[in-house]
Write a new protein. Sequence first.
Length: 114
Amino acid sequence: MKATDLVNYMADVFPYRRRSSLDWIVPVAVGLGIGVAFGVLVAPTSGDQARRRLRDSAGRLRERAGRMRTSAERAAEKAKDRALEAAHRAQDQIQESTGTTIGERSFADDLGVR
């Protein structure tokens, strides 16, 4: 049987004329309900076991996310510290090359802002 023959046969058996959105929502909802009921009946584990497995995997996921957050916070803190150290080294090198100290001269003075 060809696919078009099957479609024509089904159209003859189940005449369908679209009148409103309910014409397709109701059959979809019924099919969804039947599918869920069938899935529950043939599921390899009970509902309690399935919920327990979901809860355990969610807990593991939460722990992993917490570890990743902690790791990211540590990496951000290290990056911040390295950036501050580099800024201080650059400032010290500038002061050494110009022969000034922090209180004597600033970049704003060099630019004529003050």
